[in-house]
Each structure stands twice: as C-alpha cells, then as structure tokens.
Design a protein. Sequence first.
Length: 335
Amino acid sequence: MPGIKVMVMWNAVVLVVGGLLDVVCLVSGELQRFEHATRGGGALKFLVVGDWGRKGDYNQSHVAFQMGRIGGELDIDLVISTGDNFYDNGLKDENDPKFLDSFTNIYTAKSLQKQWFSVLGNHDYRGDVAAQLSPLLRKIDTRWLCRRSFLVDAEIAEFFFVDTTPFVKGYFEDPGEHKYDWRGVSPVKSYTAGLLKDLESALKESSATWKIVVGHHAIRSVSHHGDTQELVHQLLPILRANKVDLYMNGHDHCLQQISDNISPIQFLTSGAGSKAWRGDVNTTNDGKLRFFYDGQGFMSVQLTQTHDLEIVFYDVAGSVLHRWTMSKQPLQSAM
Ligand SMILES: [Zn+2]
C-alpha cells in the first residue's frame, strides 16, 4: 500500500548502538536499510557463525571463545549470524532466558561486543518469531539486531539479508510434529514474490564494491540438506544477474565453500556454531566444491576497497582449516 510506504519513509529511525557504532535505519523500497559506519581505512572485517544457540552446549562455548580470540586478532567490525539462533524452538517470548543463556552470556569476549546482524532460521520459526525481532531484546543486549529481511550498507560492502525459511515448501506441506509461527508471512506466495522483487531492486541500486547476500538455507551444499531447490530456482538467478559476490548461509551444520559454475558467486556455509553432523555428506552438487568440514567452527571475512577478499574457516580450537583469497577487477567507468 503506497500510503504505508510513504508513512514508513517519513518515519526513518536513527538508532545509536551502544556508543560503539552508529546504525542508521532508513527504508529502501520495502526493505529496511541500516547504515553501518566503519572505521575508515577502506577495509571491512567480520565473523560469520550459524546454528549456535544451545546454552553453551555442544561446544558452543568453545567456538565462542575462539571467535573472541580471532575477532580480537583481526579487530573485527561486526558479526553475522546465519540463523537457527536459538534451539530447539526459537524464543518462547521476549523474556525467554535462552536469550541470555545462549547469546549474551556466551559471546562475552571484548572483540565480540560489536553489532551482530542476524537472520531467522527454521528453528527460530518454531518459536515466537516476533520475540526475536522485538526491540526489547536490544534493551537487554544492544548488539542484537534481527529482522526477517533487511539491508546493511557498510560502505565498501552492502549486505542483503533474506528470510529464506518461508521459501521451503516442506515446512508447510510436511511439518511433522513441528509448529511454525507463520504470522506475518501469509499468504506465503505473495510474501516470497514481494521479497524477491524488493531484493532485486535493492541489488540493482547498489553501487557497493562487494555485494553479499545472507540467508539461513544453502543454495549449494554437499552436506545433509543438500541444495535448497526453491532457492536454486527462485533466488539464484537474481543473484547471478546482479553481480553478487558471496552468498552466506547456515542450516547445514558444517563449514563449506562451493564456487558457482557459471558466475563468480562463492557459496559459503557457516553453520557450525555448536552441534555438528560428522560424516553427513551428500556429494552430488552442481557447483565446484573447494572446501568442506563436518565439524564445529566459524568463518572470518576481510574485504578491501581495492577489491581484495580473504575468507578463512576455523575449527573449534581456532585452527585455520581453509584460507581463500581473491581479487576482482574493478568495473571500468563508462567512457
Ligand atoms: Zn536450519
């Protein structure tokens, strides 16, 4: 409804986060946009972790400790969570102690006291979704920022966070014993169609050096769930057509890098923040597998304005498992 859009645009909100970093919230199309001020110098460094919230169990605390150590060494700007933030069934309400037990009291290192940007996973949809999105959580811990889909402009990079759970037909057609909180996403076909349209226009408008899309479900994966066919058919063509550099996800409890076979997109899974699935491998895949690890860990990403990128995967002891670098040619300006 145009009326609502205008009203929202006039209600652009400015949020100051913990004195550490400024996050300015504006609106681009229908997607909320946050501007994340970096510290200059033309570089951006961040950690990516997914599938983590288990009150420290299944080595979550050990992964968190190593994230703190590596985060300090790199002097990171922010942290990205790829979803399934709270097991097994999301948060039951805004006062659920799981928020403190699985987030605030786990990621305690000084280096991790930065802005966290989170998407929802399928397990989060099994709880009260509105609770995870609630501004009240930011009063408990100012690092927390979770939305269904949103944009973050971090100067040299632009992040496009996509709510992937509603795309997966199986959750609607065969939910088993699980109950999902679909309030706010019905009717789902128009919800996903609208989201793809907004994403496409935001990608087209972006002039960032690096375009990074984040969702919970993998587009390409050689692990338990394999490729998410709905995303291969509906989301991937938009990413390929709009020169996206990285697609980052969780859901499969592993670490992996797969290169697209017909575009420069790198598919990066960081879903190993706690419980991992040792030996759960499905080798059929259309992309080029560069790295796979079926244990716990996390990932760091460093980007520069001068078009250099470095991705590193770490295990639960903080040891480097895989390092990958690339430089891309800057776009030539029109004559
Ligand atoms: Zn999941």
